[in-house]
Design a protein around this ligand. Structure first.
Ligand SMILES: Cc1ncc(COP(=O)(O)O)c(C=O)c1O
Length: 362
């Protein structure tokens, strides 16, 4: 309707509490990795069944350092979905290894275990499922594939803060789990990442890798990078972490409202044993998605496509002979609608109304 404020597809929270936390750290004069990072790691650990947590400067760094800490490098292949953000495969390449793309389950958009089984070869060192849109990948099936071959199972949980499978939080289901704190995620720290692992030795290696290989200053033990999180970012992350349960519940309730009201397009599927974190609420638009998106924009409803081009079709990854029909179809059809916690009931009715009116297009 003319005059109505458009509904954005995402709305990061930078409220008074986040600003106060940042100012408190800035005023302390001690802003680099320090006590706030340590406290954030400890508080995050309570979310992931007490596993070791190592904070870094992004989700990409989290994935990259995890592969390095697990000893995965140039001789190795890592099985990943192509239907993800490029960071998933970039992390594999940055570690010197080779990404091998496997197709997805068309209902959950996550790795299809039978496609993963077919992709395992003599050089496979790890499987890296992505809990895409906040829906947990089929970890029990992937776990049995990984265990049978002694492969690492690295969760890309960058979109899935608050998701769970059979009551267990994502991030605590694999050999390691990686989160992103980019502003549009279910919680943020301006930028940042967190690695979760049950292995104290891996956690120590990660702490060295993020800090030039040092535990003691100038006593460098290994070659590392500077991938530290600042105390300013950690202070904001701590504020957001406290509100994560409330925000994830709100996302679930918004998704329920939308799924009850939307007609004529397939709404998100939730596996029986899964608690979806609804980072995205994604429908399929089989015909002329661009025109549908334009129609929604004209009705003040923001939307976004994650992802229009599968990773195997991006310039750095082209040239393989991949057969990924479900990935290609999803890339043509998916459209994510607003589901963020700042939506009001009226907004949800407007979103559903605009989607339902797609049938009226001539
Ligand atoms: C699935 C996935 N993996 C990895 C990343 C990388 O996270 P970051 O942007 O914090 O580096 C993101 C986030 O953008 C993501 O969505």
């Amino acid at each position: 309707m003319p005059g109505e404020v458009p509904i954005p597809s995402a709305k990061p929270v930078i409220g008074e509490a986040e600003i106060a936390a940042a100012v408190r750290v800035l005023r302390s004069g001690s802003v680099v990795q320090g006590p706030e990072v340590a406290a954030f790691e400890e508080e995050f650990s309570a979310w992931v069944e007490g596993r070791h947590c190592v904070a870094v400067n992004s989700g990409t760094s989290a994935l990259h350092l995890t592969l390095m800490a697990l000893g995965i490098g140039p001789a190795d292949e890592v099985i990943v979905p192509s239907f993800s953000f490029a960071a998933t495969a970039n992390a594999v390449r940055l570690a010197g290894a080779t990404p091998v793309f496997a197709d997805i389950d068309p209902d959950t958009y996550c790795l299809d275990p039978s496609a993963v089984a077919a992709a395992i070869g003599p050089r496979t060192a790890a499987i890296m499922p992505v809990h895409l849109y906040g829906h947990p990948a089929d970890m029990p099936a992937l776990r049995s594939l990984a265990d049978g071959r002694h492969l690492a199972l690295v969760e890309d949980a960058c979109q899935a803060h608050g998701a769970a499978l059979r009551g267990k939080p994502v991030g605590a289901l694999g050999t390691a789990g990686c989160f992103s704190f980019y502003p549009t995620k279910n919680m943020h720290a301006l930028e940042g990442g967190m690695i979760v692992t049950p292995d104290a030795g891996v956690a120590r290696t990660l702490r060295l890798l993020r800090n030039q290989g040092m535990e003691q200053r100038y006593a460098n033990e290994i070659v590392g990078a500077n991938m530290r999180m600042t105390d300013v970012a950690a202070a904001i992350g701590r504020v957001q972490l406290k509100r994560l349960p409330e925000w994830v519940e709100q996302r679930r309730s918004n998704a329920k409202h939308l799924s009850a009201a939307i007609r004529g397009v397939p709404v998100p599927h939730v596996a029986e044993d899964a608690a979806h974190a609804f980072h995205q609420y994604t429908v399929r638009i089989a015909a002329d998605r661009d025109a549908a998106q334009q129609w929604l924009t004209e009705r003040g409803v923001g939307s976004a496509v994650y992802y229009p081009t599968p990773i195997h079709r991006l310039k750095p990854y082209r040239g393989g002979t991949w057969e990924l029909p479900q990935t290609d179809r999803a890339a043509r059809e998916v459209l994510s609608l607003p589901v963020h916690p700042a939506l009001a009931g009226d907004d949800l009715d407007r979103i559903a109304g605009a989607v339902n009116s797609l049938r009226e297009r001539t």
